[in-house]
Design a protein around this ligand. Structure first.
Ligand SMILES: O=C(O)[C@@H](CO)OP(=O)(O)O
Ligand SMILES: [Mg+2]
Length: 400
């Protein structure tokens, strides 16, 4: 039986050393599931609310746990509806999206445990596990994840031609290593940013050269196509008062930003561009998508925040052609699934994603396989990133 008998919540460390929420769910027959909430730094204006971990835990113990005990862990909608009812707001500002998502993921894992099925199969059904997402691997980054580095937040290796997910994961690690070599040859010292990407003190223009070179080197070694992409996190670059994108001493109007990004897509044959424009500018997103959407993915992260209403607005406007899915942006797995389904029905590609603050939790690897997502963005190196990448390798090897 998957009836929930108890839920424990505790504070654990995330990869930045901040407290986050971990949930354990136990069922009547001894099923066990554990989930931990990630945390963003370049958070979107419209995301569900993360509360301080202790506050979120106290509120959830009082309001959510009593409603959840006795429900079936396998009835994910009922669990997630109870979380929403316990919170009573649209954005989880009462109990915190951090506790909500930890409990939602832990319940799914407890149900899978009772069934004796891998999580991806419990979530996605018997016919999942054949297709794997292309991992987008952050190899150079700055922005909110490393202050003295590039303005663009993430340069992402995209091994689109890899014959297997394992080869793709290793190719990204090789690009990460090749970037270190290229930087070394140029005499550029580099620390690492929050997600384990190199965070060199160089201009965006030089970062393009470095990543392009590193990708070329690895591509010729492995013999399959590797492209690259970006997360521009442009809402962080956008200054509302100046109505412009600010790159240090330079600024760009929305039209100039569209021109700039369209030029980059062509010059570097970019496979992927996330948040190239401000989160409130559907129109500019639509214009850019119209120009380059036939040859690259224009992905909405802060634009859509895994929210079906914002995604529907984007679909109506023709803004973007793909969506980033972060369960903690919306608070539950059910909401994240709804966003994936709406995207799929409208021909939008799905990219399942980590946060810059992460834990060892591997739910997103299973979510990507369960939803047949085309891509997963979960870093390249570092234990909290390799936890997900290695889980994908295990799923492919039928070893979960
Ligand atoms: O912007 C993003 O896509 C994410 C993850 O890379 O960063 P953060 O978790 O800081 O929002
Ligand atoms: Mg992003």
């Amino acid at each position: 039986m998957t009836r929930i008998t108890s839920i424990s919540l505790r504070r654990v460390l995330d990869s930045r050393g901040n407290p986050t929420v971990e949930a354990d769910v136990l069922t009547e027959s001894g099923g066990f599931g554990r989930g931990a909430a990630p945390s963003g730094a370049s958070t979107g204006e419209y995301e569900a609310i993360e509360l301080p971990a202790s506050e979120s835990i106290a509120k959830s113990r009082e309001h959510a746990v009593p409603r959840l005990e006795g429900l079936y862990a396998g009835d994910q909608r009922a669990v997630d509806n109870a979380l929403r009812a316990a919170d009573g707001t649209d954005d989880f500002s009462n109990i915190g999206a951090n506790s909500a998502v930890a409990i939602s993921m832990a319940a799914a894992k407890a149900a899978a445990d009772v069934l004796g099925a891998p999580l991806y199969q419990h979530l996605g059904g018997a016919f999942r596990g054949e297709n794997f997402p292309v991992p987008l691997g952050n190899v150079v980054g700055g922005g909110e994840h490393a202050k003295e580095a590039t303005h663009i937040q993430e340069f992402l290796a995209a091994p689109v031609g890899a014959p297997s997910v394992s080869e793709a994961v290793f190719a990204n690690a090789a690009v990460h290593a090749a970037v270190a070599d290229v930087l070394d040859e140029r005499g550029v010292p580099a620390a690492k940013g929050d997600e384990g990407a190199w965070a060199p003190p160089i201009s965006d223009a030089e970062a393009f050269e470095v990543v392009d070179e590193a990708v070329d080197r690895v591509e010729s070694e492995v013999g399959f196509e590797i492209r690259f992409g970006l997360d521009m996190a442009a809402a962080e670059l956008y200054d509302d008062d100046a109505e412009a994108y600010v790159y240090g001493d330079e600024t760009k109007s929305a039209d100039e930003q569209i021109e700039y990004v369209a030029g980059l897509v062509d010059e570097y044959d970019l496979a992927y561009v996330e948040d190239p424009l401000d989160e409130n500018d559907y129109e500019a997103f639509a214009e850019l998508t119209d120009r380059v959407g036939d040859r690259t993915l224009i992905c909405g992260d802060d634009l859509f925040v895994t929210n079906v209403e914002r995604l529907q607005d984007g679909i109506d406007a023709g803004a973007a052609n793909s969506i980033l899915i972060k369960p903690n942006q919306i608070g539950t797995l059910s909401d994240a699934f709804d966003a994936v389904e709406l995207a799929a029905r409208n021909g939008y590609e799905t990219v399942i994603s980590h946060r810059s603050g992460e834990t060892e939790d591997t739910t997103i690897a299973h979510l990507a396989v369960a939803t047949d997502a085309g891509y997963i963005k979960t870093g390249t190196v570092g234990g909290e990133r390799t936890a997900k990448l290695n889980e994908l390798v295990r799923i492919a090897d039928d070893a979960v």
